[in-house]
Design a protein around this ligand. Structure first.
Ligand code: GNR
Ligand code: NI
Length: 171
């Protein structure tokens, strides 16, 4: 397995709509394993393929208790139902390190997706799992959690990130 590089905002690839996976071949399976490794390495609870520069509709997630390790692979995930009630969660993103903001989203969702064996499945998510899958599907559609914030807050974060990227490029 190999660890992948996580793209940092702002990056044009994080704004792109990812394309559906039509064939789960060896390269997709390797991508999933590498994404799981990368997610754990950076202590994330989810990762979308666009965050590692691959513009395909692939998501990995693990919101289980620490030490449990129950990674999920979701290919072409789609929300087929979302609850009327919403909840406020403090979100973070591996592509926007050290920024945390409260975002309002439906509390629970039903998802349709293809698993790593190519089987079409449905699953119900609530709590952090529900927040996370919505955050990841947004990534596949070129949307970041900061896009839910007002323009002033968002441009402040983008400015801070540009500065941060300049700093780490100097090292
Ligand atoms: O690690 C992550 N934590 C998190 C916390 C609240 C809501 C969403 C997330 S996803 C994030 C990892 C990430 O950037 N996934 O795209
Ligand atoms: Ni993210």
């Amino acid at each position: 397995m190999s660890e992948l590089t996580v793209l940092l905002h702002p990056d044009p690839r994080l704004k792109k709509t990812c394309i559906p996976v039509t064939n789960i071949d060896k390269s997709i399976k390797k991508l999933c394993l590498d994404m799981i490794e990368t997610m754990y390495k950076y202590s994330g609870v989810g990762l979308a393929a666009s965050q590692v520069g691959i513009l395909k509709r692939v998501v990995v997630m693990d919101c289980s208790e620490e030490g449990e390790k129950k990674p999920k692979v979701l290919i072409n995930p789609e929300i087929i139902w979302s609850s009327e009630d919403v909840s406020l969660f403090e979100e973070g993103c591996l592509s926007i390190p050290d920024i945390r903001e409260e975002i309002k989203r439906p509390s629970s969702v039903r998802i349709k997706f293809t698993d790593i064996s190519g089987v079409l499945k449905e699953d119900f998510f609530e709590g952090l799992w529900a927040t996370c899958i919505q955050h990841e599907i947004d990534h596949l559609n070129g949307k970041l959690f900061i896009d839910y914030l007002g323009p002033i807050k968002r441009s402040f974060i983008t400015k801070k990130m540009k500065k941060y990227k300049k700093e780490i490029n100097k090292k």
